[in-house]
Every structure is written in C-alpha cells, then in structure tokens.
Design a protein around this ligand. Structure first.
Ligand SMILES: NC(=O)c1ccc[n+]([C@@H]2O[C@H](COP(=O)([O-])OP(=O)(O)OC[C@H]3O[C@@H](n4cnc5c(N)ncnc54)[C@H](OP(=O)(O)O)[C@@H]3O)[C@@H](O)[C@H]2O)c1
Length: 311
C-alpha cells in the first residue's frame, strides 16, 4: 500500500466482480477513496478493473479463515456478495441463500469485528424478514440481524430490482426480444409489480453513505421513481428499442414441472423456488430514503434512452 493510499479512507467491496459490486468500485474510485476489491479469486478483480485504481484481494465469505488477511486496514465494508447460479440454489455445493447471504454475512461480520473494521454497508433486499418461509427473505433478514447485533456502525439498504448496462435480467429480456421476432415469452401473467432502480442511482447513494457516514444506523428501502407491472416494463423496453412483439404468457405449472426435472439434473439450471423468486413483486417504499437524501432517481425510459440499446 502506498503512503497516499494510507491517507485515504479504505473501503472494501465484498462481491466486487458482481453487477452491483463493480458499479460501486467505479463510483468509490471516482470519489478518490482507497478501494479494496474482494472476490474469491483476486486475479478476476485485476482483469475486471484494468482501468480503475483498486487493490485486489481474495476472500470467500463461506470460509472465515480466508477473510482475516483480506480485512486488514479496512474501515468500511460494503457487502454485496451473492451465490453463483443465483437464484437457482444448489445445496449440494453450498450455493444457497442461507449459506452465502445468511451465514456468509455473519462470517464477514465476525471477522470484521476482530479486524478493527468500523462500519458495514449491507445490500439487503425488499422483503427481508428473518421469520419468512421464503429462503431469500429469511437469509437477508438473518444477515441484517447479525449486522445490527454486531456493535459495528452500519447502514442497511434494501433495493428493489436493479438494472443497468451490466445486469443479467433486463439484458436477457432485450436479447429475447431481439432474437424472437414473433413474440416475447413471459412466465406467468406478467402482473408482478416492480419499481426498477437504475444501478448508477444506487451506486451514487451507496457512495454518499460510505463517504459521508450519513444514514448510520439506518435501514431503508430504495427503488426507482415509478412502479410498473413486468408486462409494462417489457412494453417500455420495446418502445425504446422500436420493437413490437406480442407478450405471450406461459402458464406457471408446466414451467414448474420442468423445474422439478431440472432439480434432478447436474448443473441445476432451474428450480421451483427460483421460479417463485422470479414471479414475486418487489416494490420499495422510498419514504425513508427521501427523508435521508436529497437525490433524484432516474425513470426507466430515460435510463434506457441514455444508454441506447443497453439499459
Ligand atoms: N441485482 C439486483 O437487482 C439486486 C436487488 C436487490 C438486492 N441485491 C443484492 O445485492 C447483492 C449483489 O447482487 P449482484 O446482482 O451484484 O450479484 P452478482 O452479480 O451475482 O455478484 C455476486 C458477487 O459475489 C461474489 N461471490 C460469490 N460467492 C462468493 C463467496 N462465497 N465469497 C465471496 N464473494 C463471493 C462474486 O464474485 P466471484 O464469483 O468473482 O467470487 C460476485 O462478485 C446481493 O446480495 C443481492 O441479493 C441485488
């Protein structure tokens, strides 16, 4: 670490090679913070951020012993780890919400306390609840509890559905629209409600939280400025891309039957829980956010137009 690095606040992004983590790394580096980017393989960090001044470190949240060196000298952790294959769990490989989001966050908190870390910023999600029967809400809720009980400073942000140039979901819709000129296949009736959040808006908020320490001890939801059904979102994407396709709704039960079969096959490309995850609504209530921050949020059509064919 250089002398100038030692003088700047050090923030570690856990999950730095992911969709959100990479956006945070870029935002923090632009604010001239000393950024430590953590992933299971530091060489992936180096490749991903060739153009960004970051310090790459390796660590796996499911192996606490791998985190001890990784957290040395860190003041603030931004925790945005997600298991590989999300949202399709693979319990035989420890790739589940509870193993990685739940216990992984607890491991990170435990090591952070002994390593002298001061604050943790956690990317939770709308609906987090330790008593939920849904594993994703339960794991997020338990992770939140371990942070609140830790004695560390913290901010917990519960985003709705986040989209941006490097996301997987909205880009998948765009690819499907381009590849199939006849129709757009939608699982279910397309009525689930979402207020999509532009990744650069989220990165700006997390950057403010890290840089100013504002929102310490707070938990708040954050979504985009407008709530739509999923069908309305697909229609907006088509309008911006200049495409016209009928949306064909696929009944859920055959998709669930295919998921049952997929659960038995190696690679687990789909599961029944993952289908449920994709069909749920995620509407963030921005009222607490509005009290804490004076920031605008980008409407979906504007973000799509500004980024051309990519969201
Ligand atoms: N994206 C959204 O719309 C959204 C909405 C609400 C909440 N969130 C939350 O935000 C967080 C980040 O989401 P994302 O979409 O950015 O996920 P993502 O793109 O799948 O990124 C996951 C990151 O976690 C790392 N990782 C995986 N397993 C790990 C382990 N055992 N130890 C350390 N690092 C590990 C991955 O790095 P390597 O594979 O290189 O190690 C990668 O950097 C998640 O907790 C998610 O629940 C996301």
């Amino acid at each position: 670490m250089s002398v100038s690095d030692q003088l700047r606040p050090t923030v570690l992004v856990a999950g730095a090679t992911g969709f959100l983590g990479a956006a945070f790394v870029r935002d923090f580096a632009a604010r001239d913070l000393h950024v430590v980017a953590l992933a299971r393989d530091a060489s992936r960090v180096v490749r991903r951020f060739e153009d960004v001044p970051v310090e790459a470190r390796s660590g796996d949240v499911t192996r606490p012993e791998s985190l001890r060196n990784a957290l040395q000298g860190v003041e603030t952790i931004v925790q945005c780890v997600q298991f590989s294959g999300f949202p399709v769990e693979d319990p035989s490989r420890g790739l589940t919400f509870m193993d990685v989001d739940g216990q992984g966050t607890r491991n990170l908190v435990d090591v952070a306390r002994t390593a002298g870390v001061q604050r943790l910023v956690y990317l939770s999600g709308v609906g987090a609840d330790p008593s939920s029967d849904r594993p994703w809400y339960r794991a997020k809720g338990l992770a939140e509890e371990s942070i609140r009980d830790s004695g560390l400073g913290y901010t917990i942000v519960r985003p709705s559905w986040v989209y941006g140039p490097e996301d997987r979901s909205l880009n998948l819709f765009i690819r499907a629209l381009r590849l199939n000129p006849l129709f757009f296949p939608q699982i279910g009736d397309g009525t689930q409600r979402l207020n999509p959040l532009f990744v650069e808006d989220l990165a700006g908020v997390i950057g403010d939280v890290v840089e100013s320490g504002s929102a310490d001890g707070e938990t708040f939801e954050l979504g985009g400025p407008v709530t739509y059904t999923l069908d309305e979102i697909i229609q907006i994407v088509m309008d911006v891309l200049g495409l016209r396709r009928p949306i064909v709704h696929l009944p859920v039960s055959p998709v669930k039957a295919a998921a049952t079969l997929a659960e038995l096959l190696p690679g687990r490309l789909l599961s029944r829980d993952a289908v449920d995850f994709l069909l749920q609504s995620a509407v963030a209530d921005n009222s607490r956010f509005r009290k804490l921050f004076d920031r605008g949020l980008t409407p979906l059509p504007c973000a799509l137009q500004a980024h051309g064919s990519r969201p």
